[in-house]
Design a protein around this ligand. Structure first.
Ligand code: PLP
Length: 400
């Protein structure tokens, strides 16, 4: 047993697979383990709503439990939820998905991303991942035996993925392009024109696209464009959607994939063996969220928007240049004026001022020089955090 995964128990060593050894533990998690051991910290770290799931949604789950809905559902998810998702997508984006064969209910977008990669990729395949990137995309590709290839995005372009950069990264091994807009960690959104140009590249090179649209409802600057709604794109797109962010339902572990029936069938095969089905009571809650949650979504978006304006102008005022994020609930200020690396900035800020932000390097090499500050926390907390960050940056002015 030579490929050991660290110190053994009572002399035993463990042979950890090469694939798992290849993926790092999430840079975000590492940071939050440290944070959990400290008092008085204001966290702008974790990407999770501070709101509790609205009551009507909680009630729907309680009712399901009260009625004894405690069994497995169909592997695809309950017919009610699949119909509700299909209706929701058609109403919002004009895309049509057959609830019986083109929608799979999953344990969050997290599982859906893993299933999509496992269903579509083979060893040797390459996956294009825009950078900075949400932390799970590269590991999912590696776990599927494929190779992730970063496509950098830049503050100069408001972190919008450029079709020409996608095209430049394509090789004969490229199978898949991952899109994640509105974006974590940058808050960038793509315009319809951006997406159309990227879709044209996907069509020319016959790429499949996995579009993680978990933040679709959290846009502050006009309508979200659903990638699958672009002419000709639905047959090459797997649309991933969720409840965690828009409905403040992170702990319920519920999301979905919508796509061409053969791909959904392949994803379902993996899902059926490793997960069986998404939690039954969470599925009942999700039906209620789609039926009656719109008002609550709008309320939360309004509050995020207010906090967004405040945090962005605060960063800019203290000399940490911050482009205007137009979606999700993250700001991504440049910390270059301090002369610190993003890791040193985040660690110093936590140690000296007890504010947690995530180093940009946790999102890939092109995240260096930035930190991610999540504004899904109360305005009072954000104000206090901004005072502390201003004090920290005043003490750490690097060479201009
Ligand atoms: N995709 C992105 C871009 C995210 O930011 C997150 C969570 O932070 C997820 C997916 C995971 O979502 P879920 O809770 O539905 O698994």
């Amino acid at each position: 047993m030579s490929r050991d995964g660290g110190p053994g128990v009572q002399g035993q060593t463990y042979r950890i697979s090469q694939r798992v050894q290849q993926i790092p533990a999430s840079g975000i998690r590492k940071f939050f383990d440290l944070l959990a051991s400290m008092d008085g910290v204001i966290s702008l770290g974790v990407g999770e709503p501070d709101f509790v799931t609205p009551w009507s949604i909680r009630d729907a789950a309680i009712e399901a439990i009260t009625h004894g809905d405690t069994h497995y559902t169909s592997n695809f998810g309950t017919p009610e939820l699949r119909r509700a998702i299909s209706h929701h997508l058609e109403k919002l984006y004009g895309v049509q998905y057959d609830p019986l064969s083109e929608i799979l209910v999953t344990v969050g977008v997290s599982e859906a991303m893993d299933l999509a990669m496992r269903a579509l990729l083979d060893p040797g395949d390459e996956v294009l991942v825009p950078e900075p990137t949400y932390v799970s995309y590269n590991p999912c590709a590696v776990l599927a035996g494929a190779t992730p290839v970063g496509v950098p995005t830049y503050m100069e372009h408001d972190f919008r993925l450029q079709a020409a950069d996608v095209e430049r990264a394509i090789t004969p091994a490229t199978q898949l392009l991952v899109l994640g807009y509105p974006n974590n960690p940058t808050g960038a959104v793509l315009s319809r024109a951006d997406m159309t140009a990227i879709g044209e590249v996907a069509r020319r090179h016959d790429l499949m696209v996995v579009s993680d649209e978990i933040y679709d409802r959290l846009g502050y600057d006009g309508e979200h464009t659903c990638f699958a709604s672009l002419p000709g794109m639905q047959p090459r797109t797997i649309l991933l959607g969720g409840f965690s962010k828009a409905y403040a339902m992170t702990g319920w572990r519920i999301g979905y994939a919508a796509g061409p029936a053969p791909v959904i069938e392949a994803m379902m095969k993996v899902h059926q063996y490793v997960t069986m089905c998404a939690p039954t009571m969470s599925q009942a809650a999700a039906v209620e969220a789609l039926a009656n949650g719109e008002h609550e979504v709008q309320d939360m978006v309004e509050q995020y928007n207010y906090r967004r304006r405040f945090i962005v102008s605060s960063f800019n005022q203290m000399g940490l240049t911050c482009f205007e994020p137009r979606g999700a609930f993250y700001s991504f200020p440049s910390i270059r004026s301090t002369g610190l690396t993003s890791e040193a900035f985040a660690q110093g800020l936590l140690r000296e001022e007890k504010v947690a932000v995530v180093p940009g390097s946790a999102f890939g090499a092109s995240g260096e020089g930035f930190v991610r500050a999540c504004y899904a926390t109360s305005l009072d907390q954000i104000k206090e955090a901004m005072d502390r960050i201003a004090r920290f940056t005043a003490h750490h002015r690097g060479p201009e």
